[in-house]
Write a protein that binds this ligand. Structure first.
Ligand SMILES: Nc1nc2c(c(=O)[nH]1)N[C@H]1C(S)=C(S)[C@@H](COP(=O)(O)OP(=O)(O)OC[C@H]3O[C@@H](n4cnc5c(=O)[nH]c(N)nc54)[C@H](O)[C@@H]3O)O[C@H]1N2
Ligand SMILES: Nc1nc2c(c(=O)[nH]1)N[C@H]1C(S)=C(S)[C@@H](COP(=O)(O)OP(=O)(O)OC[C@H]3O[C@@H](n4cnc5c(=O)[nH]c(N)nc54)[C@H](O)[C@@H]3O)O[C@H]1N2
Ligand SMILES: [Mo]
Length: 881
């Protein structure tokens, strides 16, 4: 079928064709009936259809109706381009399935199969009902409020999403954004920032493990251009992935069995250390803890006086404190006796730890040929050009145009955290961190301290609870000291059985906003039971998504095109020359003169609730602090503002009185740039502290947790086998035979999952955006299918189009339509995205496709014990339905 034939199959959409305009509640109106002299204008905004909302857009409004969208030519991030997700926002505005007024439920029974029986109520009744409940809780025990957010709450955008709950005073926050993308530990440990960014302007050789650097980066903004430019320039991309992505087809695809990346990574390190024997010695000595002396207990050998870690100076043949300025040469090899302890440099430990992981050993586990692993390792070392330098902005940097990068595919697996650490150890071995061509930080974002000479960044983004029995919070941080996110599964199981989780109070109310455990997490029966048990639940909702089935009160939210917001801009993940140094703020105001429906923006709801509950001053104060507003220039804590006013105050405080919201309406972007040399953190973050090729922090956290549990005489709730927990708190990368990689005759395949282009999270109701769904149905129908290699399907007597059932080792079952392809590993069953919405009150198109997450498990035995994230793969069997 050629493109033209395909085009004709798409029904002409009245709004895109420009012949009709929507009038909101009244429906469509033919364009030629518009009054002569109708007002037409283009309104500037920024687009929020991505996790990183950086692009500027313009919306054409005719007589109060938004009819068209385009990229803003003046915006330096997207330079006039726009992707389909951006353009489709018009349909999110005019989506007839939206929540259009405040509502209360009339059916007291709660469940995904229960019609809540919504009836419209006044704003006063909605606020009064919720505020009375919240105030009573806050006045007695604020912990009894649970707050669940996710990515559709725009946590990077709306200040109050993070600060409201702190001002309220509950530590109980759970997030669906996080447990499936627990990707922050290694970036925080190795360069202090939230995610790795790849310097695509200089990189010539990129080995990419389970990171979708094509399909899920932004097309219109810098990263899309950066990747296209790099490939055109000749950067070689080696994509290690169970499926061949579009970008892999522009480089080399290395099919791998899900969850076995650790085997390949260990073998690569083995080849580098034992077969090639070339690495960046200077970088190891001065920028990592490779020379720190490790004793037989696995601890740093410390100076008895200062408590600081020791190293061996091989020139003076003396032991010295790591930052002693008289050190001439840091020993990486050797064995020493210090204070009666036998010690070796951490580098020796590292080397010993990978001695048996040959490529042949790895091939048996990950399915990648030993020779391929050898060749890639060799190419990586050669391309990293150890010893080369480059001058940028008048500064001399090491030049390392090669890197390994990782994403949630390889990181959210049973051995994923260890794998991501392993990868950054390899990057550190080659000096490929913080320098041109390699893995970089997002400058200005890092707040680190130096402990033991090591870069130390707090791990938990929102809240942290030290160990106590009973526990203080439902987040489970007390039991998972290295978690970057709360442990959602255990949090909700604890609601059903607080005692088991050492909690001595119940949750009395739930505020859920833009996060969806039914669609985006797993163990749905537990989630249903917990949500049904909580006495009072409310949300600020855009549409009737699954969590609303458990709500007592709904506050209706405007669509993205109808909101006020200020958002910091900064490209992450992949950057080129265009976007590496871009910073600044984007501003948006509603494109329509008044909201289409009877809605109120979440920020104004927060303000009203805080006021009625008596903590508005704390909320306002948090705004000034969070936005970094200079003293005396921020909002007055005791005064009640409309959120739109606060945006204006924020902009004026940051950019001057002539640069308030009026400027933003005309220009959207408040541009700032960081000096180019600061984009390479070689002289900054990692120039001031060392990074861990020996992860003592992890080892030590496990030991401390163990001691705390023993002292309290308890074990981790829900954990039967504590040895399996302790082996995950390790200082050195080591292979484990976990549930995913242990062969099983019955469950002979493994499932893999990935993001798709026409859906960036659920942002702005994308799952029921008919334009985006239409793209999937018409052009990317494979995204609604279960994918399997053609040869495997044939061997199982299956063919494309068959209805199949996939049954997981954890018990879950999912049915769907089979698509056969050569572009997937023969042992793998592939599931794109998260499909199959369950709400009957959303557009029927959103219900199509398989609901992958039922195959997974959040039980303690299956999670990553050192992070509490849940693996995104499981072993399965496939049957004909
Ligand atoms: N199968 C599968 N599961 C996944 C993933 C995957 O790729 N595949 N990804 C995982 C990852 S990495 C993450 S971060 C999480 C994300 O999962 P979540 O944090 O839960 O976030 P979202 O998917 O953005 O949407 C949350 C809810 O908000 C609703 N919503 C959409 N727009 C709006 C709006 O404008 N206002 C309000 N109030 N609500 C809105 C959505 O319909 C949805 O019900 O999912 C994880 N789960
Ligand atoms: N279009 C779009 N973009 C998004 C999002 C979205 O929902 N849609 N979500 C945003 C969010 S919240 C996040 S966290 C990021 C995530 O961004 P990424 O970390 O890039 O995650 P995925 O897009 O799921 O890509 C995972 C890749 O890993 C592969 N994979 C799966 N299992 C394995 C494995 O065991 N080993 C290896 N080597 N590969 C494996 C998959 O086939 C896929 O190519 O994307 C962000 N950007
Ligand atoms: Mo994510």
């Amino acid at each position: 079928m050629n493109k033209e034939e395909g085009m004709q199959k798409v029904p002409k959409n009245p709004i895109t064709s420009g012949r009709f305009v929507s009038t909101g509640k009244k429906g469509l109106k033919a364009r030629d009936t518009l009054e002569p002299g109708a007002e037409e204008k283009w309104v500037k905004q920024y687009c929020s259809s991505c996790i990183w909302a950086n692009c500027g857009s313009e919306v054409k409004v005719v007589d109060g109706v938004a009819v068209d969208m385009r990229g803003d030519l003046d915006h330096p991030v997207n330079k006039g381009t726009q992707c389909p997700r951006g353009a489709a926002q018009l349909m999110s505005l005019y989506n007839p399935y939206r929540i259009k007024a405040p509502m209360k439920r009339t059916n007291p029974k709660k469940g995904l199969d229960q019609d809540p029986g919504w009836v419209e109520i006044s704003w006063e009744e909605a606020f009064d009902t919720v505020a009375k409940r919240l105030k009573a809780i806050r006045d007695t025990d604020p912990r009894k409020l649970l707050y669940h957010i996710g990515f559709a709450s725009n946590p990077h955008e709306s200040v109050f999403v993070k600060t409201f709950i702190r001002a309220f005073g509950t530590p109980n926050i759970l997030l669906t954004s996080g447990p499936f993308c627990d990707i922050h530990y290694a970036p925080k440990s190795f360069h202090g920032s939230y995610v790795d960014r790849i310097d695509l302007e200089h990189c010539n050789y990129l080995v990419n493990f389970g990171r979708n650097i094509g399909g899920r980066v932004m097309y219109a903004s810098g990263p899309g251009r950066a990747i296209a430019d790099a490939l055109e320039r000749g950067m070689k991309l080696v994509d290690v992935d169970p499926r061949c992505s579009p970008e892999a087809s522009k480089g080399e695809w290395v099919p791998i069995k899900p969850g076995t990346d650790m085997a390949m990574g260990l073998a690569m390190m083995h080849v580098i250390l034992y077969e090639i024997g070339r690495y960046d010695v200077e970088s190891l000595k001065t920028r990592t803890n490779a020379p720190y002396l490790i004793n037989e207990q696995g601890d740093y050998q410390r100076d008895p006086e200062t408590g600081e870690p020791l190293i061996w100076d091989s020139e003076s043949n003396q032991v010295k404190v790591h930052d002693d300025e008289t050190i001439k040469d840091f020993a990486l090899e050797g064995e020493y006796i210090i204070d009666g302890n036998q010690v070796v440099p951490a580098f020796v430990k590292l080397k010993d730890s990978v001695s048996s992981y040959t490529p042949e050993w790895a091939e048996e586990r990950c399915g990648v040929a030993a020779e391929t692993i050898r060749r890639i390792s060799k190419e990586l070392v050669e391309e990293s050009r150890i010893g080369a330098t480059i001058e940028i902005d008048g500064y001399k940097f090491p030049y390392r145009p090669a890197a390994i990068s990782v994403g949630r595919g390889s990181m959210n697996q049973p051995q994923g955290r260890s794998f991501s650490v392993l990868v950054d150890i390899i990057n550190s071995l080659l000096g490929c961190i913080g320098v041109p061509g390699s893995i970089l930080i997002a400058p200005g974002k890092v707040e680190f301290s130096v402990v033991d000479g090591m870069l130390t960044v707090p791990l938990a983004e929102i809240g942290f609870d030290p160990f106590t029995i009973p526990q203080n919070s439902y987040t489970q941080f007390a039991f998972y000291p290295l978690a970057t996110f709360p442990y959602v599964g255990a949090g909700y199981r604890a609601i059903l059985d607080p005692k088991k989780y050492f909690l001595d109070y119940d949750i009395e109310a739930l505020f859920v906003y833009g996060g969806n455990v039914f669609q985006n997490y797993t163990d749905i029966e537990v989630m249903e039971a917990a949500y049904a048990k909580i006495p009072f639940t409310f949300t600020v909702g855009y549409h009737f998504d699954e969590p609303t089935y458990f709500c007592d009160i709904l506050f209706p939210e405007p669509s993205h095109l109808e909101r006020y917001q200020v958002r910091e801009v900064g490209e992450t993940q992949a950057i080129g020359r265009d976007s590496i140094d871009i910073r600044g703020h984007n501003y948006k105001a509603p494109v329509l003169d008044r909201p289409l429906y009877n809605t109120k923006q979440i920020d104004d709801v927060f303000i009203e609730l805080a006021d009625r509950c008596g903590f508005l001053p704390q909320l306002n104060g948090s705004f000034n602090g969070f936005c970094g507003l200079p003293e005396g220039k921020g909002v007055i804590p005791t005064r009640k503002y409309a959120y739109s006013e606060m945006c204006d105050i924020r902009l004026k405080a940051l950019f001057g009185d002539d640069r308030g919201a009026d400027y933003g309406r005309k220009h959207t972007f408040y541009e700032q740039r960081v000096p180019l040399r600061e984009c390479y953190d070689y002289h900054n973050t990692i120039g001031k502290a060392r990074v861990p090729i020996y992860d003592w922090r992890r080892l030590n956290a496990g030991r401390q947790l163990r001691a705390s549990l023993e002292k309290a005489g308890v074990t981790l709730p829900g954990c039967d086998d504590m040895d399996k927990v302790w082996e995950q708190y390790m200082a050195l990368p080591t292979w484990r035979d976990d549930f995913l990689v242990t062969p099983s005759k019955e469950f002979d395949m493994t499932v893999a999952n990935w993001k798709i282009s026409p859906r960036n999270l659920g942002l702005g109701g994308q799952d029921e955006n008919v334009w985006l769904r239409e793209i999937i149905e018409q052009w990317e129908f494979d995204d609604l299918c279960i994918q399997m290699n053609t040869a495997t399907a044939k061997a199982k007597g299956l063919k494309a189009g068959d209805r199949i059932v996939v049954e997981s080792q954890h018990g879950g079952k999912v049915e769907g339509v089979l698509k056969t392809t050569e572009l997937i590993h023969p042992d793998v069953v592939g599931f794109p995205a998260q499909a199959g919405r369950r709400s009957n009150l959303m557009h029927p198109m959103s219900r199509r496709g398989p609901t992958y997450n039922q195959l997974l498990s959040s039980k303690e035995a299956h999670i990553l014990a050192d992070s509490s994230a849940i693996p995104i793969s499981a072993r399965v069997k496939v049957l004909k339905a």
